[in-house]
Ligand binder design. Structure first.
Ligand code: AP5
Length: 211
């Protein structure tokens, strides 16, 4: 968990690869549905483009479906979910049904100005999904993806005004949930998610007990 741009996806991918388990990011699942132009994707897009949360039942349905996958049997990482109390309660019920428990909730803490800097500087290649940062990791040839020659673009919801809405929604709906996990029996691991990607990864590994 953590505010937009905290590095949940970046770090979750690395940890999933290291642990050889799948990572399910609700943002990615929703963007896939939008790309497919499915009825769910069309509904989700209305919320995503304005930085609002997609309705809980839609998101819970996607997670439920993902966790049915045989590859999730050895464990999984959830990224960007749950984001509301209703989703957290729904997840709890889903896990109980499967006889599972969360090992930990990891909270990536970054100041809002860092979220804005990271998100407004992000460019994603629509061809291969490569992610660039205009400040520190731009493609070698401007506007051309190093990997596939595509044209990296800004995510619609990374525009500064939409990032402000996403941060407001985070403060209102998700931050209270972090506090709720802090009071629950689930282990809440808090990381200062600032510094380089490698530095944050080292903090994550030590927080989750991987050396
Ligand atoms: P989603 O895609 O989940 O977006 P988010 O969580 O708001 O933010 P990001 O995924 O962009 O941030 P992140 O923390 O994963 O950081 P990342 O590693 O990508 O959600 C999008 C929308 O979908 C939502 O607004 C909502 O509408 C809907 N949605 C999704 N889940 C939902 C749910 N559960 N319920 C309802 N609606 C839902 O990194 C960001 C950038 O920073 C990258 O460019 C990266 O390279 C860079 N970066 C990462 N780490 C560092 C570092 N240490 N230093 C410098 N740059 C860094």
């Amino acid at each position: 968990m953590g505010p937009p741009g905290a590095g949940k996806g970046t770090q979750g991918d690395r940890l999933a690869e290291r642990c050889r388990i799948p990572k399910y990011a609700t943002g990615d699942l929703l963007r896939d549905a939008v790309r497919l132009d499915s009825p769910l994707g069309r509904e989700a897009r209305r919320y995503m483009d304005s930085g609002e949360l997609v309705p809980d039942d839609v998101v819970l349905g996607l997670v439920c479906e993902a966790l049915e996958s045989p590859v999730a049997r050895k464990g999984f990482i959830l990224d960007g979910f749950p984001r509301t109390q209703v989703q957290a309660v729904g997840l709890q019920a889903l896990l109980e049904e499967k006889g599972l428990e969360l090992d930990a909730v990891v909270f990536f803490d970054v100041p809002e100005e860092e979220s804005v800097r990271r998100l407004t500087g992000r460019r994603v290649c629509p061809g291969c999904g490569a992610v660039y940062r205009v400040q520190t990791n731009a493609p070698a040839a401007a506007d051309t993806c190093d990997k596939c020659g595509g044209r990296p673009e800004m995510r619609e919801d990374d525009r500064e005004e939409i990032v402000s809405s996403r941060l407001r929604v985070y403060r209102e709906s998700t931050q209270p949930l972090v506090e709720w996990y802090g009071r629950s029996s689930t282990s809440l691991l808090e990381l200062a998610a600032v510094g380089s990607v490698d530095e944050v990864y080292d903090k994550l590994l030590s927080a989750v007990g991987c050396s």
